[in-house]
Ligand binder design. Structure first.
Ligand code: FEO
Length: 171
């Protein structure tokens, strides 16, 4: 059984993961509109991955005898000033999520809730992976600058992502 405070915070994180999914869905719509099919595909899989993260929180809350409580999902941003700005926003968002996961781990240790700390370990690793992946894409945008052929090549490279990465984080 988890504490009431932990239950509240895990429910909040479930909402944050659903919002992440919604945010990347909005980014997908932006890339679809710009005819950047590879980036849209990358965001489609990222949307699915965030939904799987949300379900991990859902299942864990149920497993430890808590009560899942769904709240409204915040409206995501609609547009960005450039494809690079969208990925920079994605990186900013992932850093925020890392902060949330760290906060949850701190809370679990404070409450001597070792089961929840162990559950959260997967997310600690996952966030290293998430930040690294998006950060590399932002670096590619920096290298490209204003070169349209570079944007074309990056779009093609991102189209090759073919998994929502729901399994164990890569090492
Ligand atoms: Fe659910 Fe992108 O972290």
């Amino acid at each position: 059984m988890i504490s009431q405070k932990m239950e509240e915070e895990l429910n909040k994180q479930l909402n944050e993961e659903l919002f992440s999914s919604y945010l990347y869905l909005s980014m997908r719509a932006y890339f679809e509109d710009k005819n950047l099919a590879g980036m849209a595909q990358w965001m489609k899989l990222q949307t699915e991955e965030e939904n799987l993260h949300a379900m991990k929180f859902f299942d864990y809350i149920v497993r430890v005898g808590g009560r899942v409580k769904l709240e409204a999902i915040k409206k995501p941003k609609f547009t960005w000033k450039s494809p690079r700005a969208a990925f920079e926003d994605a990186l900013k968002h992932e850093k925020y999520i890392t902060g949330r996961i760290n906060f949850l781990v701190d809370l679990a240790y404070k409450e001597k809730d070792h089961a929840t700390a162990t559950f959260l370990n997967w997310f600690v690793d996952e966030q290293v992976e998430e930040e690294d992946t998006v950060s590399k894409i932002v670096d590619s945008f920096k290298l490209i600058g204003n070169d349209p052929s570079g944007l074309f090549l990056l779009d093609r490279e991102l189209s090759q992502r073919n998994t929502a990465g729901a399994g164990e984080p890569e090492n």
